[in-house]
Design a protein around this ligand. Structure first.
Ligand code: FA5
Length: 342
């Protein structure tokens, strides 16, 4: 048996170089199964190994390995050749008509949120405000503590926060942190407008988990609540027209004193009441107030000398009223039928 096995392996080794070359993938597979398959020739021969006498085992083992490698290399060469020939055939058969017109991707347009945001920034820069930006991944200090929200203060719950780390980092819940950053950077007097994305764990027809705000504030000597009201009134008239009705309601934000919220009469129902204005005839678009002395102090500004007003508005709400959109989610679905209307 041993002599037979060695003879058979020697015979096979001689045959390998002159095995018929497979013409296609099917023949290649058949050859692989015939020689290297579970019940193939090489496998059957290797089953004879246990009965080879000890002194002939190295020779038989070496031969078996040479035969297997020889066949594998032959099959690999054939596979590469078949593949190359196939690609060559495809290239030869392919036909490009270079005279055909290209696919037209169509013209894009500015997203309504970007358009409204630019319009608002334009109105305020026209009134002398400078544009500032801040990071969306913000520290607890700028988002809360520097704005007079002490740790554990219940007002933190007014804005459902996405925390990035257990203590320090979060996705900013409003653009108000830019107030603190700009105060530290420039000092008074100062008028800033800060547009950007903000995030809250909040979702329905007027609330979105990611939305846009524009923060605005002015610090100077003798700035009053009257300046705040005049600035907002001028802004609203420029944006919506001279007849637009607004109202200010007292409200609470830890970083202003006194605080207020501003509503605009609902254009969707003409003030009669609908699902967007929750049947009140008004839609809240911004929070505002006189900058709290504690906020000034933490940015090293003396509140005995300087005073200021601040406001922060939701751009989606402003855009809903401007265009009569009754569901905030439409802005983020990117349905071309919706977007083409602007
Ligand atoms: C604030 O975010 C304050 N930082 C605003 C402010 C700035 C007050 C400066 C005083 C001084 P508020 O949480 O109310 O406040 O949000 C402001 C506006 O953002 C709202 O009036 C509303 O228009 C919009 N808004 C709030 N939550 C959402 C939301 N989930 N989706 C869309 N718009 C929202």
């Amino acid at each position: 048996m041993a002599a037979n096995l060695i003879d058979s392996l020697l015979e096979l080794k001689v045959q390998v170089p002159s095995l018929p070359e497979p013409a296609d993938e099917k023949e290649l597979d058949a050859l692989r199964v015939k020689y290297l398959g579970k019940k193939g020739i090489v496998s059957l021969l290797s089953q004879g190994m246990p009965s080879v006498p000890k002194e002939q085992k190295p020779e038989a083992g070496k031969l078996l390995q040479e035969v297997r490698t020889g066949i594998e290399q032959m099959l690999e060469r054939a596979r590469v050749k078949i593949r190359r020939e196939k690609i060559q055939r495809e290239i030869e058969q392919e036909f490009f008509d270079i005279s055909l017109p290209g696919a037209n991707p169509g013209f894009g347009a500015r997203h309504p949120i970007s358009a409204v945001m630019e319009e608002i920034v334009d109105i305020f820069t026209g009134m002398g405000f400078q544009v500032e930006e801040g990071p969306e991944a913000e520290s607890d200090y700028y988002n809360f503590e520097g704005l007079n929200f002490p740790p554990e203060h219940p007002a933190r719950d007014m804005q459902d926060t996405f925390h990035l780390t257990e203590i320090e980092m979060l996705l900013r819940t409003h653009t108000s942190p830019v107030q603190v950053r700009a105060m530290e950077k420039y000092g008074p007097p100062l008028s800033v407008i800060a547009p950007g994305k903000v995030y809250r764990c909040d979702a329905d027809i007027t609330h979105s988990p990611m939305f846009h705000q524009i923060e605005g504030f002015t610090i100077d000597k003798k700035v009053t609540m009257g300046d705040l009201k005049g600035t907002l009134q001028t802004f609203i008239r420029r944006l919506y027209g001279a007849d637009t009705k607004i109202r200010l309601r007292p409200s609470f934000f830890p970083f202003v004193e006194p605080g207020a919220e501003m509503d605009v009469s609902c254009v969707i129902c003409g003030g009669k009441g609908c699902r967007v204005c929750k049947h009140t005839g008004w839609l809240e678009i911004l929070g505002a107030g006189m900058i709290h002395p504690n906020v000034m102090k933490s940015s090293n500004i003396d509140p005995e000398v300087w005073s200021g007003f601040a406001f922060g508005m939701g751009i989606e709400r402003v855009a809903m009223l401007k265009y009569g959109v009754d569901d905030i989610r439409l802005f983020f679905e990117n349905d071309m039928r919706f977007l083409r209307q602007f």
